[in-house]
Design a protein around this ligand. Structure first.
Ligand code: ARG
Ligand code: GLU
Length: 713
């Protein structure tokens, strides 16, 4: 196999040279690195993956509700995504009596599928590079004028597309604005829940196992796309019909082998592979640790309550999972950045670039200066945003502050008022004021402790004492309209939001005297005055230079194949099924099995319980066609695909384009791949399709779903 070697890997990681795969990469599906894909074993062609002249795999891959990925696995619009991607929907259909989160849900037939108002899926009908039109006439302009001109050009480009009534076009920058691409999008809006395993399968191992290999999670759920009678997008209606896709994925239940070629198709959210060393140093040493510290406090308090109170557990399930998820991710990221010596590696790379092109030196020097000067503001931004996000009472207070301002500016009409009330209703539904008073009290102390005086409101020192805060905040919380506990206009906001807003003048007067509102306003004003503007000023300059640095890297490093950082647009990544050696003397197999689920089984545990029926299937070895050559059912496997958040629910396909797995996570030791992909440690984690079909068939007795699929044996 021909292998171009990046100078850098040769210097620092001779071990990497034995690794067949040269590139990570999230490739735009119209510009695949087909050569390396074929070298690694792909049997189909780029045209089978993305085409507008014939049905192709891209027609079966959708963005699920703006965040995750999902794929179509039957001619009747059956969608597969992760359990954690459908989690909020499963939660919304759950009550203490009808607890689908705990017990799972399986529709008996199409009539039993549950609608999810507001949930959408996006198809990509086409992708076009539009760089020339977007950058036309901007070459000699200064940065501000160029930005204005780019915005206008984008509008013109969009207007130039002939669209069907159900299509829209979005133009996205790539390579930090050195290139632009247009995406033609079709959005379907009637998406129904078909099935989900109990959390003890779909979220088996919960937060303890999250981001961790070896893994044993059946992280999948199923939905279905419905369309109007012309197969076009429509709002929910009981008259809608199952969507007929242009293409759907055959599902393979063949045994996997180590080194098998695989590729992953999806909508990765955000990566930053091309940052200078100084930026990585700041993330690793300052920003990530700050965010970790805030979440640590919030999670501990919430967890204690959720473990002992069922109603709180259900209310906070999705919120808690999402806060816990990145908390753990950042811890892994920091470790991985250190272990892979990302900063050292980048510094050497920068020197090698300068060696080839002296003009790069001033770019890097200037980036060093800007990041260093921006650092105190960046750190305050990290603390402030995380504190307000996790102290929900403060973020509620900010919503009310926005309302007061809009009201006083005369900007409230029936429509904005309703939108505002609905937003609050949603928040109160999953919020417990008494519990959050405890979280907020502690986060205020942390913020007071960690923040330099010049970034704090006057007299903020008084919040340094947690015990005192707990008393003060509970007292404020009990009487406050904000927390949904205090009465105004004859009601509390958590019980009857309409009544609370029935007399806005009285409500606003009350709010203005509320100490929680005053506190939130003081924090926000100080943050805006001292940090927000300064941070943005530096960031604008950094963005401009990063664009230049990106262009310089691409022009100078001729041997490297560049791919644009992830930005929630459709991408393909590829690799091989592989285990790993993340630590001295530790070596991981690429695959786990049902027997491993049973090894982790702790009866009654909130993370490692196993449903009785699954234990029974295990005891009787009722595995049907879903066992592999070892006689056991494979559960999860790892590969070298370069994935990130947003790739959850992405299909993992084999050399022929059959579905072999469902992406849902990465291995902790490699999660720095968002900043520094390292093939030695970076592994994505997938649910084996054998396990998915085994659960649908033997556990859920839902053969009617299997009958829709095309199963490749
Ligand atoms: N770590 C995976 C991802 O980033 C899965 C998260 C869901 N699971 C959880 N225990 N929170 O989304
Ligand atoms: N679990 C992630 C998600 O929700 C995908 C895993 C990752 O970040 O690699 O998108």
């Amino acid at each position: 196999m021909k292998r171009k070697n990046i100078l850098l890997s040769a210097i620092i990681f001779p071990a990497v040279m034995a690794f067949a795969q040269q590139y990570g990469g999230m490739w735009i599906p119209t510009e695949l690195n087909e050569k390396e894909m074929k070298d690694l074993g792909m049997k189909i062609s780029a045209k089978d993956i993305f085409s507008t002249s014939k049905p192709s795999i891209k027609d079966a891959v959708v963005q699920f509700n703006g965040g995750c990925t999902a794929e179509i696995i039957s001619p009747k619009g059956l969608l597969l995504t992760n359990h954690h991607c459908g989690y909020s929907q499963i939660q919304k259909h759950s009550t203490v009596e009808n607890d689908y989160l705990s017990d799972g849900f399986w529709a008996k037939d199409m009539n039993g599928e549950l609608p999810n108002p507001g949930v959408t899926v996006d198809f990509i009908a086409d992708i076009k590079e539009v760089t020339a039109s977007v950058l036309a006439g901007t070459q000699n302009l200064d940065e501000k004028a160029a930005a204005v001109s780019v915005t206008a050009n984008i509008e013109a480009v969009k207007a130039g597309f002939k669209l069907e009534p159900w299509q829209k076009v979005v133009v996205k920058p790539m390579y930090y604005g050195n290139k632009y691409y247009a995406f033609i999008i079709e959005t379907y809006k009637d998406i129904r829940l078909v099935g989900a395993p109990p959390s003890s399968i779909g979220k088996f191992g919960s937060d303890t196992d999250n981001w961790v290999w070896p893994r044993h999670t059946g992280d999948f759920s199923m939905f279905r796309i419905y369309a109007d009678k012309n197969n076009k997008p429509a709002e929910y209606s009981k008259d809608n019909i199952p969507y007929t896709p242009k293409y759907f994925l055959p599902v393979s239940i063949k045994d996997l082998q180590e080194n098998d070629f695989t590729f992953v198709f999806g909508f990765p959210g955000r990566t930053t592979e091309y940052l200078p060393a100084i930026a990585v140093e700041k993330i690793m040493n300052e920003i990530d640790p700050a965010m970790i510290a805030v979440r640590e406090v919030a999670l501990k308090t919430l967890n204690e309550k959720m473990r002992t109170d069922n109603e709180t557990r259900l209310k906070y399930a999705a919120k808690y999972a999402s806060v816990a998820n990145y908390h753990k991710k950042w811890i892994g990221e920091v470790e991985g950045l250190k272990k892979s010596d990302a900063v050292g590696k980048k510094k050497i790379y920068e020197q090698s670039l300068i060696g080839k092109n002296a003009e790069i030196k001033p770019t890097i020097d200037e980036l060093n200066r800007l990041y260093t000067e921006q650092s105190p503001y960046a750190l305050n931004k990290a603390y402030y945003s995380e504190v307000v996000r996790n102290a929900e009472t403060l973020s509620l207070a900010n919503h009310y502050l926005n309302f007061i301002k809009s009201y006083e500016d005369g900007k409230i009409n029936d429509q904005t008022l309703n939108a505002f009330k609905n937003k609050l209703k949603g928040i109160y539904q999953d919020y417990n004021g008494e519990l959050d008073a405890k979280v907020t009290a502690q986060l205020l102390a942390l913020y007071a402790e960690k923040t330099p005086k010049e970034f704090l409101p006057k007299n903020f020192d008084q919040f340094k004492d947690v015990t005192k805060n707990l008393g003060t905040f509970e007292k404020w919380s009990k009487n406050s309209v904000v927390t949904g506990r205090g009465m105004i206009n004859g009601a509390t906001a958590s019980a009857d939001i309409d009544k609370v807003f029935s007399n806005p003048t009285a409500m606003i007067k009350n709010l203005k005297n509320d100490p929680i509102i005053q506190l939130a306003a003081g924090m926000r004003d100080t943050y805006t005055k001292t940090t927000e503007g300064k941070y943005a000023e530096y960031q604008d300059q950094i963005d401009g230079l990063q664009k230049k640095f990106m262009a310089q890297q691409m022009a100078t490093d001729k041997e490297r194949k560049f791919f644009p950082d992830a930005n929630s647009t459709m991408r393909v990544t590829y690799g091989q099924v592989k285990g790993s050696n993340p630590k001295d003397a530790i070596s991981y197999n690429y695959q786990t099995h049902l027997s491993g689920v049973m090894e982790k089984y702790i009866p009654g545990d909130y993370e490692f319980d196993v449903p009785k029926k699954l234990v029974n299937l295990y005891d009787t070895k009722n595995y049907g066609v879903y066992k592999d050559k070892t006689g056991d059912v494979p559960v999860n496997f790892t590969a070298t695909n370069h994935t990130t958040g947003g790739n959850s629910g992405s299909p993992a396909l084999d050399a022929k384009g059959n579905l072999i797995g469902l992406n849902f996570d990465r291995q902790w030791e490699g999660t720095m791949s968002d900043i520094n992909y390292d093939p030695r440690f970076s592994r994505n984690i997938m649910v084996d399709t054998k396990y998915i079909l085994f659960i649908v068939d033997k556990f859920a007795d839902s053969k009617w779903l299997l009958n829709e699929m095309k199963i490749v044996k």
